[in-house]
Structures are given as C-alpha cells and as structure tokens.
Design a protein around this ligand. Sequence first.
Ligand SMILES: [Zn+2]
Length: 254
Amino acid sequence: MFKEIKKSISKYTGLLIRLDDIAENMNWNLMDKCEVLFDEHGIKPLLGVIPFNKDPELLNYPKNKNFWDRVRSWKKKDWEISMHGFSHLYEQKTNKKDYFNYGGDSEFYGLDYNTQLSKIEFGIKKFKEEGLEVRSFFAPNHTYDLNTLKALNDSGIKIVSDGYGLFPFFKHNLFFIPQLFCKEIMLPFGIQSTQIHLNYWDEDDYEKFKNFILKNKNKITNTEQILSLDKQNILKNCINFSVEKILKTLRKIR
Ligand SMILES: [Zn+2]
C-alpha cells in the first residue's frame, strides 16, 4: 500500500522547464549555456517563442539572424515549441478582470474575438511557414479572456502553459499546465511549469539554476510525459479547484 502511494506521488510530481520570451533578440549567451545543460541531462523544455517580436524592451538584446534554424534544431530534439503571444506588445489594460486575475497589461485581453483569432492564426501561420507545427501557447503576462481561450481552441491549439493548480487540468476544451511561481520551486507533490526569463538573468542566476537542475533533475518532466498521465481524476480536480480559489482571492486582496 505504502509503495503504491509512493509510486503515485512520484508519478504526479514534476517540473516542466518553461523558458519565456524566446525570440530573434534575446540573451543568446545564456541560451547557449542552458542548451548545453539541458542536453547533458536529457531535459526537454517548453520554449515560448514569440512569432513577431515587436517588444521594444526585448529588441534591445542581440539578434540572431539564423533564429528559425535554431528553433527547428530544438524541435528536432523534441523540445516543445510553444507560441508565446504574437508580437509581445501590451496594448490592453485588464484592470484585474483577466481570466486568471493577474491584472497586468495584456496583448489579448479585451480585444474582440475576431482580432484575437487573427493574431493567433497569423502567429501559427508564421510557424507553419518555418516548417513548425504548434499545439501549445501561453500569453504574455498570463493575461487571457474567454475570447482568447475560444480563439485558441478554434485555431487548433490544445495546450496552455498557464493556470492555477497542483496538476494539469482540462477546461474550455484546452489542457492547462499550471504555472504558479516566478522562482524555480520544486513542490513535493504536483506537476507544473517554471517561467524563466533568461534576458533578466546574470551569470549568478545561471549558476543557481544549474545547481537547481543538478539537485532536482530526476523530477524534471517534459510536455509529452505530462500529456501521457491519466486525464481524469476527481482528487486532482478538487485540489486544483481549492488552489485556484485561494490564489484568486490572494491576488484580489493585494
Ligand atoms: Zn513574455
């Protein structure tokens, strides 16, 4: 019995490495280092690739002219190539009414359905032109509304790497992989993803991350592994529901 519980806990414990803001312009020095580290330990991260980056802050970083070749080479290693917004410009205000109550500015929230759909479809088209199929998405600043979720669904996106909970869950016909903390934290139980912004890191941050990976490499999971877990479980859904309520309440108080 104890063995069974232990087995089940370890099956449902894992951290997906999600890297945000992957674009032509980024901190390539740290990206190269992370790639070596991931290859050494067989880690397959999820990369949030911005199809048409126009964010002035991100454009300050060095440009890689062979960016899409690089993305294809990651895809060949079975890394999950995810679409991270469209141009990464925050032109909408959410006033804390966005789907997850994060409340920051947004690229999608509040736009009508057709505008959101065309942004998402345009993004997917860019990946297609580069020979890449995308099935997963996460929005800049975690900000969505119901039109975003509908537009994602209608454009064939299946996975959203955002949301509350200790376990991935199905909602609005999408599979959500929760993303709870901005620091790399290994919970004793549950499956979720990091959010890593290499552009804001220095060498020290990289060293800390490397040590974290070395210490926790057995618990690092990947998108395929998460998808292969069983999809319906009442206990998981109950726990997720409670975590969502607690976090939404805390965000409203702050
Ligand atoms: Zn971003």
